[in-house]
Write a protein that binds this ligand. Structure first.
Ligand code: ZN
Length: 171
């Protein structure tokens, strides 16, 4: 068992270790993620986290307060987004909590809009949840131009497939 954080960040022994979590590549699109090796019951503490404070939004920062961001490219900054996540972050206590039961070998997921006013980069979501918002932004920013184009593309694809279905059923 070893610590996931490098030694200069590993200030206490409650921080995550490799016997509980694996930092892994998820797939070409999503990038890195964190997989749990244990089962966590809904409502319980999954892990504590840490990082360096930053004034700017970076790829692996999480918003701690309106103008403060925690930069952690080792663990919590790598969590995958889901519109129906299994975890939530407490940015005051620096804790990951289980929103649902988390099974062993499951990816830990969070909703990026739950903590971030503005994202480092807005992106298309394929989380597969029925509640998927399809295009992810921070909670205080509008959908950007790329997002409008992407959502319009999805809408016209849906219309085309509906027309196709109507035509097929009319035969
Ligand atoms: Zn989604």
């Amino acid at each position: 068992m070893s610590a996931i954080y490098p030694s200069e960040l590993c200030v206490d022994d409650t921080l995550p270790t490799t016997d509980r979590f694996t930092v892994c590549s998820v797939n070409g699109k999503v990038g890195m993620g964190v997989r749990s090796k244990l089962r966590f019951i809904r409502g319980t503490l999954v892990a504590k986290f840490t990082g360096h404070l930053s004034n700017t939004i970076l790829q692996h920062t999480l918003q701690a307060s309106p103008h403060t961001h925690l930069h952690d490219p080792y663990f919590v900054g790598l969590l995958t987004h889901s519109c129906a996540p299994n975890c939530a972050l407490d940015m005051q206590r620096l804790e990951i909590l289980a929103l649902t039961d988390v099974e062993a070998d499951q990816l830990l997921t969070i909703d990026y809009a739950a903590t971030e006013d503005v994202l480092h980069r807005q992106f298309a979501c394929g989380c597969g949840s029925p509640a998927c918002r399809k295009w992810i932004t921070g909670r205080r920013e509008p959908v950007n131009e790329a997002g409008h184009a992407y959502l319009a593309g999805l809408a016209s694809k849906k219309v085309r497939s509906l027309i196709g279905r109507v035509r097929r059923s009319a035969r």
